[in-house]
Write a protein that binds this ligand. Structure first.
Ligand code: ADP
Ligand code: MG
Length: 232
């Protein structure tokens, strides 16, 4: 099961993703190949509509490609059933969306506890880890507040903390600071950057912000359905 390259956390192999049927098909990814090593932070910078979300959703096992394979820590997912894919996703991947996707009726702390308890952690252990993460993301004083009572930057910090609550090996973020003003965006990214660096996480982060991209290890873009490295 553990094939070539023990340090490759994400391996996208000959991936193809087509939407629609008949004459209305749109091929978004075509023979896309791409790898992320352990500890690597990669920026995905490409114009709207080129397939960034499609690539992230495929890499995050949230949607199935039409062809090709996504290997997570060397585990091929092409032939896995939905149950196995979900189990692998829950243990290895954290996902951050552009809009926070937090549960509105729960507090920030509870939003961090729930995914841990789904994984089988007891309530007090989950609460302790939630507190540590909120502290880490510099939002501990907001722990007992619901998402609607938080600012956009705070909501995204909670969303990032939630994504790493179960200590994934891969963090995927789809324009995580896209809805924030430049200053807040820089602050949220700084915290995210420190978190990724200090925990040895691997990350693929879609962004339109070239300043943020420049702080990552590499930059890739999408060109005619393929992933192309454009690191300067
Ligand atoms: P990006 O995130 O870079 O803006 P997306 O991955 O969201 O790009 O979309 C890539 C292309 O695929 C776009 O043209 C979009 O309209 C199309 N697309 C995305 N999702 C679907 C879908 N579920 N059905 C049909 N077309 C889709
Ligand atoms: Mg998108």
């Amino acid at each position: 099961m553990n094939n070539h390259g023990g340090d490759i956390v994400l391996n996208i192999s000959a991936l193809e993703r087509t939407y629609g049927e008949g004459e209305h098909t749109l091929t978004v990814l075509q023979d896309a190949n791409f790898q992320i090593q352990k500890g690597e932070m990669v920026a995905l910078v490409a114009p709207s509509g080129t397939g960034k979300s499609t690539l992230l959703h495929s890499a995050g096992l949230l949607e199935r490609p039409d062809k090709g394979d996504v290997l997570i820590n060397g585990h091929s997912t092409a032939k896995m059933d939905d149950k196995s894919r979900t189990a692998l996703r829950r243990t290895t991947i954290g996902f951050v969306y552009q809009f926070h996707h937090l549960l509105p009726e729960f507090t920030a702390e509870e939003n961090l506890m729930i995914p841990q308890m789904v994984r089988g952690r007891d309530k007090e252990t989950s609460r302790k880890r939630a507190s540590e993460l909120l502290e880490y993301m510099k939002i501990a004083p907001r722990a007992k507040h619901r998402p609607s009572e938080l600012s956009g930057g705070e909501q995204q910090r909670v969303a990032i903390a939630r994504a790493v609550a179960n200590a994934p090996s891969l963090l995927l973020a789809d324009e995580p600071t896209g809805n924030l003003d430049p200053e807040t965006s820089a602050h949220v990214f700084d915290t995210l950057n420190v978190l990724v660096r200090q925990t040895g996480l691997s990350a693929l982060i879609a962004t339109h912000n070239h300043e943020l991209a420049a702080q990552m290890d590499r930059t890739v873009t999408l060109d005619s359905g393929q992933v192309v490295d454009i690191t300067k």
